[in-house]
Design a binder for this molecule. Structure first.
Ligand code: GLN
Length: 566
C-alpha cells in the first residue's frame, strides 16, 4: 500500500472593513484551539508595510516590538500567538513587504534573474509564497498565515494574490480562507449593518478569493436574519458564518467563544482532518479565575513614555495580568508618564502605588522621571521591577544617590558625561546601521544563589530575550556591591550584568532582558509573579545571607493553578 504523505494544511486569515479588529487575537485563538485538538500548529504574520521589520519604528507608530528567541524584531501580534497558543515564534513568523523586496533585490543584484524583467508578479508574489512555504514540513500539521492590514489597501494586493495562488496550488482541501470583518451597530437606526462585510468580501472576490469562513466582529449578537444574509451575499455556508462578539471581561475568552460555535470542528472537517477531542479545561479554569472576584487588590505604576497607547507596552501589561492572576490579586495598572514625575515630583504622582515598574525604552525624554521613580521605590521600600532601560535607570539612580557618583549617567543620554555607569557594549562600537543590530534574542544568564532572582526562577541557569545596545559598566562593580547592590545575574562568562537587586529592600529587582515576552497566561513569568506578589504584600523578605532570600509569609494564600513554581 502507498504510504500516506504528510501534508501541511494552510489557513489564510484576512481582515476587512477596518483595522484593529483583533485579527491577531483571532488567529492566535484558532491556533490555540487546533493545538488543543492535538495538531502541531505554526503561525506567521505577513505585514504589507515597507519597513524591513518594525525594529526602527516608534511604539507610537506601531505598538510594541516583540522580540523572538532567535532575535527577530517583530509585530506585536506574535506576542498574542505565543501567549495564546504557547508556540515559540521565530524569524520566519513575520515578513514585511520590505523584507520580501530586500530578498528579491539582493537576488537581482547577484544576477539570479539574468535576462529577465523583475516584476511584482511573479517575482514578488513567488517570494511571498516562499515565505509561506517556510512553515511547511513534517513537523507542522497546520500553518496559519495572517495577512496584516485591511483588504482594499493597495499595499496588500501582492500578498492577497500570493495566497490566492498558493491555495490554488494546494487545493481547497489543504487550504482555507478565513475573512474577519466588522458588522457595526448603528445606534441611531438601532440596526446591525451587514453591507460593509458584503463589500469587503466583494473586493476579495474581485481578486479571486472567496472566503470559506466569515468571522464577524460585532458589539452585540447577530440575529438569524443577519447570519443568513451574510451567508447568502458572501457565498459562505450559514454554519461557517461565525460571530465574534466583543468580550466584556478578558480577551482570553475569545477561543472559548469560537469553540462554542464549533469553528475548530468545521475547520478540521473542511481540511479533511480527524476531529480529535478538544482539551480546553485548564484554559476554561484559567478564564474562570481571571473573572472571579478577588479578596485582595494592588496597584502598580508603569512609568514610561508611551503611556497614551496601550499597545506600546502590550506584553508588559499582559505579563502583569498573568502575575496578578497567579496570585489571585485584583490588579490596577496606573500608567504614568515619566515626564509628569519630572514636573510634579514622585511623591505626588506615585502616591498610593504598591509597586513600580519601569519598562524598556530608548532616548533621553523622561529619563530623569524614571530615575526619580527608582529613587522613590528604593527609599520608600516599594517593590520595584526594572526592565532593560528600567534597570539602567535603577543603576544610575543607585550610583548617584547611594554611591555618590556625581554626574552618573548612561552614555546614551550624556555622551560626554563624567561617569558612564551604563555604557555602549563593546560589540556595538562598530555598528553603523540601526536596523536589526542590537544585542537581540535569547541569551543565557547565570543566577547567584540566595537572591530574589534565584528564588523566583527556582534555578540558577536561565535564558531570556534581549534588545539593547548599552550595558552596566563593570568598572563600577565593586563600588556598587560595597554599597548594597547585588549582581544577581550575569552572562555565563561573568562579563555582562544581566540582573541586579538591592539588599535591605523587600523586593527591588531589575533585569537587562525582557521577561515580559516569555510570560504565558497559564504560566506567569516568575519575575512578574513575584513582583506582583511582593506588591500585593504576599511575599516577605528575610534578608539573611547574600541577597535576602524571599519566602512567602505564613499568612499568604497558597498559590494554586497557574504560575506556581515547578
Ligand atoms: N536604550 C537602552 C539600550 O539600548 C535600553 C533598551 C531597552 O530598554 N530595550 O541599551
Amino acid at each position: 500500500m502507498k504510504k500516506c504523505e504528510h501534508v501541511t494544511k494552510h489557513l489564510f486569515i484576512t481582515g476587512g472593513v477596518v483595522s484593529s479588529l483583533g485579527k491577531g487575537i483571532t488567529a492566535a485563538s484558532i491556533a490555540l484551539l487546533l493545538k488543543r485538538r492535538g495538531y502541531r500548529v505554526q503561525i506567521q504574520k505577513l505585514d504589507p508595510y515597507v519597513n524591513v521589520d518594525p525594529g526602527t519604528m516608534s511604539p507610537y507608530e506601531h505598538g510594541e516590538v516583540f522580540v523572538t528567541d532567535d532575535g527577530a524584531e517583530t509585530d506585536l501580534d506574535l506576542g498574542h500567538y505565543e501567549r495564546f497558543a504557547d508556540v515559540s515564534c521565530r524569524r520566519e513568523s513575520n515578513y514585511t513587504t520590505g523584507r520580501i523586496y530586500q530578498t528579491v533585490i539582493e537576488r537581482e543584484r547577484r544576477g539570479d534573474y539574468l535576462g529577465k524583467t523583475v516584476q511584482v508578479i511573479p517575482h514578488i508574489t513567488d517570494e511571498i509564497k516562499n515565505a509561506i512555504r517556510v512553515l511547511d514540513g513534517p513537523e507542522v500539521d497546520i500553518a496559519i498565515t495572517e495577512i496584516g492590514g485591511t483588504v482594499g489597501d493597495i499595499e496588500s494586493l501582492p500578498f492577497l494574490e500570493a495566497i490566492r495562488q498558493y491555495r490554488q496550488e494546494i487545493g481547497s482541501r489543504n487550504g482555507l480562507f478565513i475573512h474577519l470583518t466588522l458588522v457595526p451597530y448603528i445606534r441611531a437606526a438601532q440596526e446591525m449593518k451587514t453591507k460593509p462585510s458584503q463589500q469587503s468580501v466583494g473586493i476579495l472576490r474581485e481578486i479571486g478569493i472567496i472566503p470559506d469562513i466569515l468571522i464577524c466582529r460585532c458589539e452585540r449578537p447577530l440575529e438569524e436574519e443577519h447570519l443568513r444574509k451574510l451567508s447568502l451575499f458572501c457565498n459562505v455556508s450559514r454554519e461557517l458564518v461565525i460571530q465574534e462578539i466583543d468580550v466584556a471581561r478578558t480577551i482570553y475568552e475569545v477561543p472559548i467563544e469560537l469553540a462554542r460555535q464549533e469553528l475548530d470542528t468545521y475547520l478540521l472537517e473542511l481540511l479533511d482532518l480527524h476531529v480529535r477531542d478538544l482539551q480546553l479545561d485548564d484554559w476554561v479554569a484559567f478564564v474562570d479565575r481571571v473573572v472571579a472576584p478577588k479578596a485582595r487588590h494592588c496597584e502598580i505604576a508603569v512609568v514610561g513614555k508611551y503611556t497614551g497607547l496601550r499597545d506600546a507596552y502590550k506584553s508588559i501589561y499582559e505579563a502583569l495580568d498573568h502575575g496578578a492572576i497567579a496570585n489571585d490579586l485584583e490588579l490596577t495598572v496606573r500608567p504614568v508618564e515619566a515626564t509628569e514625575i519630572e514636573a510634579k515630583g514622585a511623591d505626588a504622582v506615585l502616591a498610593g502605588v504598591d509597586g513600580i515598574l519601569v519598562p524598556g525604552g530608548f532616548g533621553v525624554r523622561g529619563i530623569e522621571g524614571k530615575i526619580l521613580a527608582a529613587t522613590h521605590a528604593r527609599e520608600r521600600t516599594i517593590p520595584f521591577l526594572g526592565i532593560c532601560l528600567g534597570m539602567q535607570c535603577a543603576v544610575i539612580e543607585f550610583a548617584r544617590n547611594v554611591c555618590g557618583i556625581a554626574g552618573a549617567n548612561s552614555q546614551e543620554f550624556d555622551p560626554e558625561g563624567p561617569a558612564h555607569v551604563i555604557h555602549l557594549m563593546e560589540e556595538q562600537k562598530a555598528v553603523r546601521n540601526l536596523g536589526g543590530t542590537m544585542r537581540l534574542g535569547a541569551w543565557p544568564c547565570d543566577l547567584r544563589e540566595n537572591t530574589r532572582a534565584a528564588a523566583a526562577y527556582a534555578g540558577r541557569h536561565i535564558a531570556e530575550r534581549h534588545r539593547h545596545r548599552y550595558e552596566v559598566n563593570t568598572d563600577y562593580r565593586s563600588r556598587f556591591e560595597e554599597a548594597g547592590m547585588i549582581f544577581s545575574g550575569t552572562s555565563p562568562d561573568g562579563a555582562l550584568v544581566e540582573m541586579v537587586e538591592l539588599r535591605n529592600h523587600p523586593w527591588f529587582v531589575a533585569c537587562q532582558f525582557h521577561p515580559e515576552f516569555r510570560s504565558r497566561p497559564l504560566k506567569a513569568h516568575p519575575l512578574f509573579r513575584d513582583f506582583v506578589a511582593a506588591s500585593g504584600g504576599l511575599l516577605a523578605s528575610a534578608p539573611d545571607g547574600d541577597g535576602g532570600q524571599v519566602r512567602a509569609p505564613r499568612s499568604a494564600p497558597r498559590r494554586t493553578g497557574t504560575g506556581t513554581r515547578t
